[in-house]
Design a protein around this ligand. Structure first.
Ligand SMILES: [Zn+2]
Length: 269
């Protein structure tokens, strides 16, 4: 993929806005203009906009209420355009999107490419693009989480495996902007899968420190996910062995390992 860098007049600021119980609404702001991703609630966004920001666009990854609950109110108050997956029902959507589409956002100069990433929901999409000359970010909703992945509500393990593979093939320094603070619980489970993974052990400590200070653990770097997220490590012999042992049957393909891991995590307390 080629990612066009936005105009270099001011660096873009990326902020996870905490919302509802454990959601993040991502905001990117540049030159006094802003976009938000998955506003499950309008109020925390309106608070930020009160600092004098103009909301240009509302980007939606999938139809779940904790991602779209604030769309109507924000659209009404600001007139911002609403972008969302073509194959899902999104409130007041102006621009339907699917893989291959490229979105140019006025005001911020940001440009995003759309990836179809079904699995959590049937029409889930991701937005990938440069925040500035050096930094790529992906807004992946409830598909890839820090040290985890979304549940399969509408898709198959094979679909989710392919979707994670698409995200996993972005450059390793890509910022992974997921929509929930699930990292600590995900790491507790990941340590069951790979108890001797040193990068994962270090991540557990970093995460505990951040959460003790009430700070977000995201965005993460894709490279760290590739080192520590079991769902992106289905080809690793240790992960395959652990998943096979847990399933009490040999899992011989990365897809089968993924399905085994997802089932394991579903039942992990
Ligand atoms: Zn969801």
């Amino acid at each position: 993929m080629n990612f066009i860098a936005p105009t270099p007049d001011a660096p873009a600021a990326l902020t996870p806005i905490p919302a509802l119980s454990d959601n993040y609404i991502w905001m990117v702001q540049k030159n006094g203009h802003a976009i938000v991703v998955d506003p499950g609630d309008a109020d925390p966004v309106l608070d930020r906009l009160a600092q004098g920001l103009i909301l240009e666009a509302i980007l939606i990854t999938h139809h779940h209420h904790d991602h779209v609950g604030g769309v109507q109110a924000l659209h009404q108050r600001t007139g911002a355009r609403v972008y969302g997956p073509r194959h899902e029902n999104i409130p007041v959507r102006d621009v339907p999107l699917e893989e291959g589409d490229i979105v140019d956002l006025p005001g911020t100069g940001l440009q995003f490419q759309i990836l179809d990433i079904p699995g959590h929901t049937a029409g889930h999409i991701a937005y990938a693009g440069r925040l500035d000359a050096g930094q790529i970010a992906v807004f992946c909703g409830d598909t890839l989480f820090a040290a985890g992945c979304g549940r399969l509500f509408e898709g198959t393990p094979a679909q989710m495996y392919d979707s994670l593979g698409k995200i996993g093939s972005l450059p390793p320094d890509t910022l992974v902007c997921c929509a929930h603070e699930y990292t600590a619980a995900n790491i507790r489970w990941a340590l069951q899968v790979e108890p001797t993974n040193a990068a994962l052990q270090a991540r557990a400590q970093d995460t505990a420190r951040l959460r003790a200070q009430g700070l977000p653990t995201v965005p993460s770097r894709l490279g760290l996910e590739l080192q520590t997220n079991p769902f992106l490590r289905t080809g690793h012999p240790d992960v395959r062995a652990a998943a096979s042992q847990h399933a009490a049957t040999p899992l011989n393909t990365p897809q089968a390992v993924f399905a085994g891991l997802r089932e394991w995590k579903n039942n992990f307390k």
